[in-house]
Design a protein around this ligand. Structure first.
Ligand code: SF4
Ligand code: SF4
Length: 199
């Protein structure tokens, strides 16, 4: 969709805004948000499509035909659940948005890179059993309500979200090089995830 039509449609919904402010992930700045969202590219969410482009998980729902598409069947209506978009990302997002299907494509699923997806979409998964400790920890950092809560193995205390984010910020320590930030994050996730168990 061209940018003009996309913006017209997007701004019709008053809940949606074009802003540089992060509104639904308290405590994260864009750099950190981007880093964490990109790290989810390595997670196997277990999404598989058959030869007809149907998600194996949702095609079993014979009552609601909409569900034959997959969990993304409302993508067009809710514009990928994106409640805010950075001005710099508008062009890329608009061009990937199509009438009726939004960002979803048959046989493929979502065509938006994770960095550009909404928090809702990045967190969503059907197969918790496929997630390893590191994946669960990362999704918990994104404050997923769909991941079972984590508890500290040693203290038995609940996951201290702000404490973990502060620790991550210290580890990244204003590293500017992207590759350095990625490898520091990877090591952080590996190490910290060992301290937690799923309740
Ligand atoms: S998350 Fe969506 S696409 Fe993936 S398995 Fe579940 S319903 Fe299918
Ligand atoms: S994951 Fe992608 S295709 Fe699915 S609802 Fe979100 S933006 Fe749309």
């Amino acid at each position: 969709m061209d940018v003009k039509n996309f913006l017209y449609m997007y701004t019709m919904d008053r809940r949606k805004s074009i802003t540089n402010e992060l509104t639904d992930i308290i405590g994260l700045d864009w750099n950190l948000r981007d880093l964490l969202f990109e790290a989810t590219e390595k997670i196997d969410y277990g999404c598989r499509f058959d030869a007809n482009g149907l998600c194996y998980n949702y095609r079993k729902d014979e009552v609601n035909e909409q569900s034959y598409k997959c969990c993304c069947h409302s993508c067009y209506r809710f514009v990928g659940y994106l409640n805010y978009i950075r001005p710099i990302d508008i062009k890329q997002i608009a061009y990937k948005f199509k009438k009726d299907v939004g960002f979803w494509r048959e046989g493929k699923g979502c065509v938006l890179p994770r960095k550009l997806r909404s928090n809702t979409c990045v967190k969503h998964h059907c197969h918790t059993e496929l997630l390893n400790a590191k994946d669960r920890y990362l999704l918990t950092l994104l404050k997923s309500h769909q991941v079972k809560p984590l508890k500290n193995k040693h203290t038995k205390l609940d996951f201290d979200w702000q404490g973990e984010i502060d620790a991550l910020k210290r580890v990244l320590d204003n590293s500017i090089r992207y590759a350095t930030r990625v490898s520091k994050l990877d090591l952080f996730l590996e190490t910290r995830s060992k301290h937690f168990i799923v309740r």
